[in-house]
Ligand binder design. Structure first.
Ligand SMILES: Cc1cc2nc3c(=O)[nH]c(=O)nc-3n(C[C@H](O)[C@H](O)[C@H](O)COP(=O)(O)O)c2cc1C
Ligand code: SF4
Ligand code: SF4
Length: 256
């Protein structure tokens, strides 16, 4: 079984490649929040399946929704099946690998296969951050088609390889102080708004992985349970959604 989280589709694509290769089922993290389930998410594992986690890097760390999901989830049938993790990033994961190890250790689990792949960047909500130019997006997509098979082969043979993009500078400060500030103050939807370009198509409602958007009088309303995955802003077909002033005149990206 593969548990994945994805905003703009990069991690969903990676999870789908893995699922196709290993003939494993996919579970989208966020579904549980979407239906506001009263019980912890429960799963029954098969004895011969691998257990995968696939998610994007958010502010040099794990998306807090993924941390919470792993802490809450319960499964039956665990008998030392192989566990792996593939993160997708725009270029730098910092110390997220260690964070994942700690989160798994808290569940009494170990993981030898922790990897990352570089994919087109989706972060646009701060000054200085924008999507990659088209040629860089294409280069990254070509490279991931070379890198991912190496990762899949390592998992299949159960022979861990060194495949992780930590980044060059200030990893510790990025993955501790900056990540903590992000997790505490940035998971807010208060700065989202839609403008007159909105056609009431409902796409933002559909793509929000946690069901945080509703249409009211044909316009999106954000309900205060955002994870900053940015699916809504990037998927809007008329670029009608902005995040304060910081996304004005910036590009939009979804994996195709
Ligand atoms: C809130 C947020 C924070 C991000 N922080 C980082 C980061 O610290 N390092 C990085 O390389 N990419 C970062 N990114 C880019 C994403 O990790 C990358 O584009 C990822 O592949 C998106 O996956 P998805 O399409 O499955 O959502 C960030 C994206 C978002 C939305
Ligand atoms: S996706 Fe864009 S156009 Fe469609 S309802 Fe949402 S804001 Fe409006
Ligand atoms: S409101 Fe937008 S950014 Fe927040 S979780 Fe939903 S899709 Fe992601």
């Amino acid at each position: 079984m593969i548990f994945y989280f994805s905003g703009t589709g990069n991690s969903k694509w990676v999870a789908t490649q893995l699922a196709n290769h290993f003939s494993d089922a996919l579970y989208q993290i966020g579904e549980y929040e979407r239906i506001a389930a009263p019980l912890a998410p429960q799963f029954e594992l098969k004895s011969d399946e691998k257990i995968g986690f696939v998610f994007p890097i958010h502010s040099w760390g794990m998306p807090p929704i993924v941390v919470d999901f792993i802490a809450d989830m319960q499964w039956s049938g665990y008998n030392n099946q192989l566990i792996y993790c593939v993160m997708t990033c725009g270029g730098e994961c910092g110390l997220t690998k260690h964070q994942f190890i700690k989160v798994m250790e808290a569940k009494g689990l170990g993981c030898q296969h922790i990897y990352s792949v570089i994919m087109p960047n989706s972060y646009i909500c701060m000054k200085g951050f924008d999507i990659d130019p088209k040629n860089v997006q294409e280069q990254k997509k070509q490279q991931v088609n070379i890198d991912l098979p190496k990762i899949i082969s390592a998992i299949e043979k159960d022979q861990p390889i060194d495949f992780y993009q930590k980044g060059k500078r200030f990893s510790k400060i990025k993955s501790t102080l900056i990540y903590k500030i992000f997790a505490k103050y940035s998971l807010t939807d208060q700065a989202f708004s839609s403008n007159e370009e909105c056609t009431s198509c409902g796409k933002c409602v559909k793509v929000c992985p946690v069901g945080n958007i509703e249409l009211f009088d044909g316009k999106p309303v954000w309900k205060g349970n955002c994870t900053q995955c940015l699916a809504c802003i990037h998927h809007c077909p008329t670029t009608a959604i902005e995040y304060g002033k910081s996304t004005k005149n910036k590009g939009r990206y979804v994996f195709k």
